[in-house]
Design a protein. Structure first.
Length: 497
């Protein structure tokens, strides 16, 4: 079947997601639901995620049929079932690309390394070979004994370099992208268990790495400060653990819709239009800090304190901004010539939840989005393209104003740290709403720490992280309530982008 050409405008790919078989993931992550949400969001191409898990592999084989070269679609009967649950203006082709995130834990240079990798495969035969090699073998393939049925995101005791070798052996068209490269605990450049350069991670096979995933706690502007990353394309994905989180980050492509064209775009940049990003402060590991003590600091303050929590004396978790500054050899605001831009967004359900003063997953929010989508188009189209006057006419003046502010980058930021998501607001936090519920995120309220015998010191988080951020989104961290224009904890590998 010839590839589908999409010449008139860029289209959206989200190539890092998970299935119901990954730890801490929604049971709604099945293919028909993913296809429904992809059309509602405005996504053309989804990674399948978790292709090495035996139950998910069987689900993929049952539900998918070949489409364009190297891509798959739902069986036509199932496509029709999904279409019946959507308004006709959202009907659009959705394609799937076989993928998996692999967590590797191993020793090298006297240090324990914990690195996550995204693997992409052009067909089920390659996926079966890859799975057999990592697992218990078969069909003449010696297996490495990995327990692939325990988690859709399996943990393998294999060096990153050797995982890349297994990937390349499974198919000459397979490729590997290092996942969320700055996350402290589980990434190639992470402060806790990573390396100082991508090339060091993959050793003699490093030339096969052509792109890296920036992760939720960084954006391209931050990565441009590190010249060793100039040889890699920068891509973004949602790392979704529920269907609603699809395309919270994504990559927009302007190439043919087939596996090989996508691979070329990701590896060369030819056809890589831009990336859709979190505001990086929203990521779980943007700032330094210690969640148990409520300490959230900018890098300079962490360095001045010797990296120790002022409350308990334990080491602070060094965040992504700090780690970027450690490896940066360029000033904030630097942009390499020819690099695609980035578009920073807040998801539509979070915006409406904030406006209504209710949780982002509430029924009233969903009802309002359903009305908007039926009249105006997909969520991403509403956020990016629909005229603000039309948004105000259908969704109310408050929503029109909010999206105008979003497109101008006029947001209030409270950075995430040590596994705690940051909060990005479009309204001044002092503005009252209909509810005291945190409207952007359902963040659990932790009990207050026990009273100390000594007089308490001022809470570190109350000293606001100073300064309006530069246009590069990588300068000063904005404090809670400050305005400017402009991921995921050691409990295990779950939700670490």
């Amino acid at each position: 079947m010839p590839s589908v050409r999409v010449p008139s405008q860029p289209w959206v790919a989200d190539l890092h997601i998970h299935s119901r078989y990954s730890r801490a993931c929604s049971r709604d992550l099945e293919l028909p639901n993913l296809a429904w949400w992809a059309q509602r969001k405005g996504i053309t191409l989804l990674g399948t995620g978790d292709v090495t898990h035996p139950a998910w592999f069987a689900h993929l084989r049952e539900h998918l049929v070949p489409a364009e070269p190297g891509l798959f679609r739902l069986h036509p009967d199932r496509e029709a079932e999904v279409a019946r649950r959507l308004p006709s203006n959202l009907h659009a082709p959705v394609r799937f690309m076989l993928s998996v995130e692999i967590a590797t834990i191993y020793k090298r240079d006297e240090r324990t390394r914990k690195v996550h990798h995204l693997i992409y495969l052009p067909d089920f035969a390659a996926a079966a070979r890859f799975t057999a090699r990592l697992g218990h073998g078969g069909d003449g393939i010696d297996g490495l004994g990995g327990n692939l049925g325990s988690d859709g995101r399996p943990i393998i005791g294999l060096d990153s370099r050797d995982l890349l070798e297994v990937t390349l052996e499974s198919s000459p068209d397979a490729f590997l992208v290092p996942a969320h490269i700055w996350t402290p605990w589980f990434s190639a450049l992470g402060s806790k268990s990573g390396f100082d350069a991508i090339a060091d991670c993959y050793a003699d096979l490093a030339g096969h790495i052509r792109a890296v995933e920036t992760g939720l706690s960084s954006d391209p502007q931050m990565n441009w400060r590190v010249s060793s990353l100039d040889s890699y394309q920068l891509v973004s994905n949602s790392d979704a653990h529920s269907p609603q989180a699809l395309a919270r980050e994504a990559t927009r492509l302007a190439c043919d819709l087939d596996y090989y064209a996508v691979k070329r775009a990701i590896e060369t940049g030819d056809g890589l239009y831009d990336t859709i990003e979190f505001f990086p402060e929203e990521g779980k590991y943007h700032a330094d800090g210690h969640r148990a003590c409520g300490v959230c600091w900018e890098p300079a303050r962490t360095r001045a304190a010797g990296g120790r929590c002022p409350e308990c004396g334990k080491p602070l978790t060094v965040g992504v901004l700090h780690r970027v500054e450690e490896l940066a050899d360029r000033p904030a605001g630097y942009r390499p010539e020819g690099r695609p831009p980035a578009t920073h967004l807040i998801q539509l359900h979070e915006i409406i939840g904030e406006l209504q003063g209710v949780g982002a997953k509430s029924k009233s929010v969903e009802g309002r989005i359903a009305t908007l989508a039926a009249k105006l188009g997909s969520e991403l189209d509403i956020l990016l393209n629909v005229d603000v006057e039309d948004i105000a006419r259908v969704g109310g003046a408050d929503l029109g104003e909010a999206i105008a502010r979003l497109r101008a980058g006029q947001v209030h930021r409270r950075p995430g740290y040590d596994g705690e998501y940051g909060v990005i607001r479009l309204r001044d936090p002092a503005t009252p709403t209909e509810s005291t519920v945190d409207a952007l995120f359902d963040v659990p309220v932790r009990p207050a720490p026990p009273a100390r015998a000594a007089a308490p010191r001022p809470r570190a988080h109350s000293a606001q992280l100073a300064g309006a951020e530069s246009a590069s989104n990588s300068a000063q961290l904005a404090g809670a309530g400050s305005a400017s224009n402009s991921t995921e904890p050691p409990s295990g590998p779950a939700d670490v982008a």
